[in-house]
Design a protein around this ligand. Structure first.
Ligand SMILES: *[C@@H]1O[C@H](CO)[C@@H](O)[C@H](O)[C@H]1NC(C)=O
Ligand SMILES: *[C@@H]1O[C@H](CO)[C@@H](O)[C@H](O)[C@H]1NC(C)=O
Length: 364
């Protein structure tokens, strides 16, 4: 047989496989965490932590703000695309019912942290313990729709994403000089405390039925435009926040490993987002960015001061910027992060990447 016809056959087979995958019921997806993954819950709350006015959403399919802290799609949207389902709705959305409910839900809320006292200045936000309570409520609603057995199966078969922790530094420990937490703890002890509180939250999630949980670390917090604008001397990253990230991320990965050992299964998968960010911060041109220091939308040095609003400087081409606003990656950067989550080596994904998880779970 000619090589070209073999290639044609394989190609046809791949198309057929893709079709079967699309016909199969898509896997549910649940998201917990902060603004990096909030898809609009805060639109429904009385809080200042919101992204529901222009130019947020300028590159979203509707070109309108949605509550996502991005010019376009965010990390959960891009993961949904990879697992072959629609973006999951914010839990507070009135549209979340019927078939849409069975697709999963996004519980994330901008401004929150691992600790209850993180983000107090944002007033009304959905803290982690509350996001987990909503997950129970979600399951009650699903049981009413499809019964207990199917709900258990839906939750155990689901993919879960948890992104939280950055605000416990930026909007708590380092929010003001001599913050309550910084007077209470030295940085290394604060990190230990955060990890132990995070561990409790993840155990609750496991008890609620979660069986495949992607947990992202923090990015290089000292290098975001907001920190370059306020803490940096000579344009370098803030040493103190970089120290925090370098203490926190490895201990998070260790904690997840320990949980898996105790459970006896790979439930928690650690995504080394610090490494992904470090790649495009140290060599932005290699990823098609003209800068990883200046935010696309903002004002002041590095466009890193204040909020991104209609009155801010706005770059014409968002794909050239690693940061959309002073704290949040652009859609393009989110794509790079999700690419690593999907197919990264063990340097990025411990113990395995999402493509491997999907292969394993499809066999189970
Ligand atoms: C956070 O607040 C809730 C509700 O008050 C409480 O149940 C929970 O234990 C608190 N978590 C921590 C870590 O203090
Ligand atoms: C990650 O995904 C790619 C395929 O997309 C695979 O070749 C690679 O071996 C995976 N790495 C790990 C560590 O699972």
């Amino acid at each position: 047989m000619a090589t070209s016809s073999i290639v044609g056959m394989i190609f046809g087979l791949l198309l057929a496989l893709k079709y079967i995958v699309l016909l199969a019921e898509a896997r549910a997806f649940f998201v917990f965490g902060d603004s990096l993954v909030d898809s609009g819950n805060n639109n429904y709350l009385a809080t200042t932590a919101r992204a529901d006015s222009p130019p947020y959403g300028i590159d979203y399919p509707t070109h309108r703000p949605t509550g996502r802290f991005s010019n376009g799609l965010n990390i959960p949207d891009l993961i949904s695309q990879l697992i072959g389902s629609e973006s999951v709705l914010p839990y507070l959305s009135p549209e979340l019912s019927g078939q849409k409910l069975l697709n999963g839900a996004n519980f994330a809320s901008a401004g929150i942290g691992i600790l209850n006292d993180t983000g107090v200045q944002f007033i009304n936000i959905i803290r982690m313990y509350r996001q987990l309570e909503y997950f129970n409520e979600y399951q009650r609603r699903a049981r009413a729709l499809i019964g207990a057995d199917q709900t258990t199966r839906l939750v155990k078969g689901a993919l879960v994403l948890v992104t939280v922790g950055g605000n416990d530094f930026v909007n708590n420990y380092y929010l003001v000089p001599y913050s309550a937490r910084s007077r209470q703890f030295r940085l290394p002890d604060y990190v230990k405390y955060l990890i132990s509180e995070y561990r409790k939250l993840l155990i609750t999630l496991y008890k609620q039925g979660a069986r495949r949980v992607l947990v992202t670390g923090t990015g290089p917090m000292g290098c975001v435009p907001a920190e370059l604008a306020t803490r940096s001397t000579n344009g370098g990253c803030s040493a103190e926040l970089q120290r925090a990230a370098s203490l926190y991320n490895p201990q998070l990965a260790q904690m997840l490993k320990g949980l898996n050992m105790e459970i006896g299964k790979t439930v928690f998968i650690s995504a080394n987002t610090q490494q992904t960010h470090r790649d495009f911060i140290s060599n932005p041109q290699a990823y098609g960015f003209t800068t990883s220091k200046i935010a696309c939308c903002g004002q002041g040095p590095f466009n890193g001061l204040g909020l991104c609003t209609i009155a801010s400087n706005l770059c014409p081409n968002r794909n050239l910027y690693a940061f959309w606003d002073p704290f949040h990656p652009s859609e393009k950067a989110n794509r790079l992060i999700v690419e690593q989550i999907y197919s990264g080596t063990t340097k990025y994904m411990d113990p395995m990447n999402l493509s491997t998880i999907m292969t394993l779970d499809a066999r189970a």
